[in-house]
Design a binder for this molecule. Structure first.
Ligand code: CUA
Length: 321
């Protein structure tokens, strides 16, 4: 689960541009390092053989000009190409001639919470958590609005592009794009409290068809109660009797709170607790039994559920596909 992110394996034009710049800077630095170290080694080995004091040199105008002009040119050039890259990667909203921003064409809004990510598709009316589905194509890039609900977080999918801070009270934009279908690991990359390390998410690049199927599935209301098992039905009753609806939302029910993740399609997600556990019956039981033991400090308390209620709740949550 907590696998190493292939930072040097870009999967979008934006990430490729960053990678190329990084490799260029690395190459230049390596050459300079080799020259400087080489000269030091030559000086040491020559000096060791000599018995007398070497010729004393009190300055060379040519050498001084070379070591001032050379680095200045290199640094100015690196500043220019870095700035150019930042400008290209910035996803500033399109602006009308009258100065109004086109924020209505945002496909996706990502909101950082301590310690999970809310993912909203405003046009489709879909809300999910910790999983961003999008059609993968080298031609199409998506402008994503990144916000925060509490403290400063940072949205980063190393294989897909630059980082962007999620800042309370501010709207930031980023281009998101994946050349090919695949699963890309995302991280919060700004320290945001105890569970910063477990604020992971996934970008799932799909074909247009897979994406549309997923979106249509997410737009459905949960299974009608008459279709779910008696155990799940008991879990559903317990869910609404207990305090769950004070924090969570399930579309089509009276649970409408948005403090914790939207659970409407909880069972369709790959992970629990922003990447801390894979989404399986065993792990869901572990999580509900004592979330504080799995992710200490998270906003979900230990409700000290009885074994029966625990089984019922797990059965109900697993119907939310
Ligand atoms: Cu959110 Cu670190």
């Amino acid at each position: 689960m907590n696998s190493v992110i292939p930072v040097l394996d870009p999967a979008s034009p934006q990430a490729e541009a960053i990678n190329n710049l990084f490799l260029l800077v690395l190459l230049i630095s390596a050459v300079i390092f080799a020259i400087v170290t080489g000269l030091i080694l030559i000086a040491i080995s020559k000096g060791r053989r000599r018995q007398t004091l070497p010729d004393q040199d009190f300055g060379s105008e040519k050498a001084e000009i070379a070591w001032i002009v050379g680095p200045v040119v290199i640094v100015l050039w690196l500043i220019a190409i870095s700035a150019n890259l930042v400008i290209t990667l910035n996803a500033i909203p399109d602006v009308d001639p009258d100065g109004k921003e086109h924020v209505d064409d945002v496909e996706l809004i990502v909101t950082g919470h301590q310690w999970w990510w809310e993912v909203e598709y405003p046009k489709a009316g879909v809300i999910s958590a910790n999983e961003i589905h999008l059609p993968a194509s080298p031609q199409k890039k998506y402008r994503i609005l990144v916000k925060s609900d509490d403290v400063i977080h940072c949205f980063w999918v190393p294989q897909l592009g630059r980082k962007i801070d999620a800042i309370p009270g501010r709207e930031n934009y980023i281009w998101l794009q994946a050349n090919q279908p695949g699963i890309y690991q995302g991280r919060c990359s700004e320290y945001c409290g105890a569970q910063h390390a477990w604020m992971n998410f996934k970008v799932i690049g799909e074909t247009e068809e897979e994406y549309q199927n997923w979106l249509t599935g997410q737009q459905q209301k949960p299974e009608p109660t008459k279709l779910i098992s008696p155990l799940a039905m008991a879990g559903r009753e317990y869910f609404f009797k207990a305090t769950c609806p004070r924090c969570h939302k399930i579309e089509g029910t009276s649970a409408q709170a948005m403090i914790g993740p939207d659970l409407t399609h909880f069972a369709s997600r790959m992970e629990i607790g922003s990447g801390v556990l894979e989404n399986s019956t065993e792990n869901l039981t572990r999580w509900l039994k004592d979330p504080q033991a799995v992710k200490p400090g998270c906003k979900m308390p230990n409700f000290k559920l009885s074994e029966t209620n625990l089984k019922q709740l797990v059965a109900y949550l697993e119907t939310l596909k």
